[in-house]
Structures are given as C-alpha cells and as structure tokens.
Write a protein that binds this ligand. Structure first.
Ligand code: CMP
Length: 141
C-alpha cells in the first residue's frame, strides 16, 4: 500500500473552511475519481497562507514545485513569458497542478492582484492521493 509509508499531513481548520474546501475539491476534475474519505484527507492537508498584493504565488521556471494552490479570497493574474494572459483566478480556482503532475518547471507565473488568502496542498499529498488513486483504480482493470 503506497499510502502506508507516507506521513499524513493535517492542518486544523474551522468548519466553514472545511465545507468550502470540500465543495471546491469535490467539484474539481482532480478529485472526480476519489472516494469521499480521500477528498476529506485532501481537505485536511490544505494549509491557509496569505500573500500581499502584487506578489508572485508561483514563479515561472521554478524547478522546485512544492504545492498545488486553491484561491480562497482575492484574485490573481497569470503571466506566461512576461505576457499577462486573459485569465484571472478568483475564489475557488485551483492552479499549480502542471509542475506536480509532470515533474516540470512551473509553466507560468501567478501573481496576486490584491491581498489574497490561498490554500496550498503539499506535493506529497497531491501525488499520493490525487495521482496515486487514479493509478490504483486503473490497475484494478
Ligand atoms: P504550474 O506549471 O505548476 O504553475 C503555473 C500554473 O499556472 C500552471 O501549473 C497552471 O495551473 C497555471 N496556468 C494557467 N494558464 C497557463 C498556461 N497558459 N500555461 C501554463 N500554465 C498555466
């Protein structure tokens, strides 16, 4: 069991935050194949962090990708090769999955447009639960 050797990451959070994250993740394509118990473990593993306005949450080219992110409050813009894309993230939007899924450098810069509250999920939980479960399910058939 590939989950057995992995230490569980867990950050305390209030019921309201738990409910919000559960709703967001249950509706996310990343979690569409997961059992409710697995979604609940993911929700537990999210940690709330804050960013000032005009701050890079993700920097394009970074080789060390440690987190997947979900925006809690605020908004953030996406830049690719210094060009601002026509894409603004708002509450409930997730980003930063590409580098984790493909072990690649960060493919874009995500920068806060105002002070933001951001949920971050460590890469180990992301990989073991979100990606691991898809692999396990596939191997059953
Ligand atoms: P990641 O490469 O891990 O970090 C930057 C994130 O920006 C990326 O994952 C995506 O979640 C997000 N993103 C949004 N638009 C783009 C885009 N056009 N190209 C690459 N990444 C994008």
């Amino acid at each position: 069991d590939m989950n057995a050797e992995v230490k569980e990451v867990k950050f305390d959070k209030c019921d309201e935050d738990k409910e919000t994250l559960t709703k967001i993740m249950s509706e996310s394509v990343l979690c569409s194949h997961l059992e409710p118990a697995e979604v609940s473990r993911i929700v537990d593993a999210f940690e709330k962090v804050t960013f000032d306005a005009d701050t890079e949450i993700i920097s394009q080219g970074d080789l060390e990708a440690e987190h997947y992110y979900v925006l809690g409050k605020g908004s953030a813009a996406v830049y690719k090769d210094e060009v601002k894309l026509d894409l603004v993230y708002g509450a409930g939007d997730g980003f930063g999955e590409l580098a984790l899924m493909y072990n690649a450098p960060r493919a874009a810069t995500v920068k806060s447009l105002e002070a933001c509250e951001v949920w971050r999920l460590d890469q180990m939980t992301f990989k073991v639960i979100v990606m691991g479960s898809a692999i396990k399910k596939r191997e059953r058939y």
